[in-house]
Design a protein around this ligand. Structure first.
Ligand SMILES: *Cc1c(COP(=O)(O)O)cnc(C)c1O
Length: 400
């Protein structure tokens, strides 16, 4: 039985579910890029983007994905030959490190594994040991989308300050922005990178770099910044084309306008609470299933779990089997495991992830959990009872 009818639910950690309002806003004739309402509308996106990142500072956007935002952040702040420190907690720290190496930057890696968050005390010690001040920036992943760990960026800032080190704090917020609480200015983050297709609910194609004054100082000290990546004209354009370094991503901007309207109407606090409640429902179900069966959450401690994505593990090839079952029988697409085992390693088929970022609500999550439980039953995978009851109780607690 396959399910062509009913809504398909793409519960991978990005692209996330695209709201109809966003798709409708994008379904239109091409606008004039030289004059008219597009120009004013684009200027109006900037203050709303700042509100989402909780910053009073600047933002530049790029036609590109998260990798483009990674590249842009480095192109403006760290010259070739200089060093960055990367405290990695999964696949994505290694990804940003690799982009840095590609730019000729010397990467000092501190790998914290795949199931515990970064340890600010260890970062502090590494920075204290850097007596020559070689390290220009700490590249931290807020939420690692592969391990689904969430790191404490405010604590990391304190550690950098405690070491008395001038390194910039650069945060990858691609998976967390508009999902997990993120407060750029209050937490002392100098650069935050994001992309359109996760919590921002817009198709892939826009990368964002938020930057504060210390980062902008670093940019001014660069011998050169390549024209395309330079954030200065993008953040303070004299002509409309400078926002985008060329032709604007016209339809994405309309989609982003619609998404930011939704975000503003709901409010950041409410958005963070919704993601927290839905995450607790998912954890409650998974924890109940794990009693008396092989299912495991990758991150044991709730305090270190992302509210946007959850990495899970079964045994043997059961992760892949479960993904296929819910795909074929329930119209639900779960994410593959990423970075937890290499493709080709039989263990690759044990891991899977559930994305719960952006345009999601209780009935979607409860439907997904019910479908997963049906899959566990159908595939004869042992699991504890009461998963759906526990998830429902978390949802019910909203009004308790
Ligand atoms: C998705 C993601 C990326 C990569 O973004 P792309 O748009 O695929 O380039 C980087 N970091 C994190 C934390 C992500 O979730």
């Amino acid at each position: 039985m396959s399910h062509p009818s009913g809504r398909q639910y793409l519960a991978i950690p990005g692209p996330s579910v695209m709201p109809d309002a966003v798709l409708r806003a994008m379904h239109r004739a091409a606008p004039n890029i030289y004059e008219g309402e597009l120009i004013e509308m684009t200027a109006g996106l900037i203050p709303d983007l700042r509100d989402v990142a909780r910053t009073a500072h600047d933002v530049a956007f790029y036609i590109g994905n998260g990798h483009a935002a990674w590249e842009a952040a480095l192109a403006n702040t760290v010259p070739a030959g200089a060093r960055v420190l990367v405290p990695a907690t999964g696949r994505f720290g290694h990804g940003w490190a690799d982009v840095a190496r590609g730019r000729g930057i010397d990467v000092q890696m501190e790998d914290f594994g795949k199931s515990t968050p970064l340890d600010p005390a260890r970062v502090e010690q590494v920075l204290r040991d850097d007596t020559g001040g070689q390290i220009r920036a700490v590249l931290a992943t807020h939420v690692d989308t592969s391990s689904t760990l969430r790191n404490d960026l405010a604590a990391l800032r304190k550690a950098i300050d405690a070491a008395g080190h001038p390194a910039l704090l650069m945060a990858d917020c691609i998976a967390s922005l508009a999902c997990d609480r993120f407060e750029m200015d209050a937490w002392g983050v100098d650069v935050a990178v994001a992309a359109s297709q996760k919590g921002l609910m817009v198709p892939p194609g826009l990368g964002f770099v938020f930057f504060g004054p210390r980062a902008d100082d670093a940019r001014r000290r660069m011998d050169r910044v390549s024209r395309y990546w330079d954030w200065a004209p993008r953040a303070n354009p004299e002509s409309f084309y400078q926002y985008s370094g060329g032709t604007a991503p016209t339809h994405h901007l309309y989609g982003l306008r619609a998404a930011l309207d939704m975000i503003r109407a709901e409010g950041m606090e409410a958005i963070w609470t919704r993601h927290a409640v839905l995450a607790r429902a998912i954890w409650a179900a998974a924890e109940a299933w794990s009693e008396g069966g092989p299912l495991r959450l990758n991150v044991a401690d709730r305090a270190h779990r992302s509210h946007a994505v959850t990495a899970l593990r079964l045994e043997g090839d059961q992760g892949t089997a479960l993904r296929r079952w819910v795909q074929d029988n329930a119209g639900l697409t779960l994410g593959i495991g990423l970075g937890m085992a290499e493709p080709g390693d039989p263990a690759w088929h044990s891991f899977f992830r559930m994305g719960h970022m952006g345009h999601v609500n209780a009935h979607m999550v409860l439907g997904a959990l019910g479908s997963i439980q049906a899959g566990l039953v159908a595939l004869d995978i042992p699991h504890g009872r009461g998963g759906l009851e526990a998830a429902s109780a978390e949802i019910a607690a909203i009004t308790a």
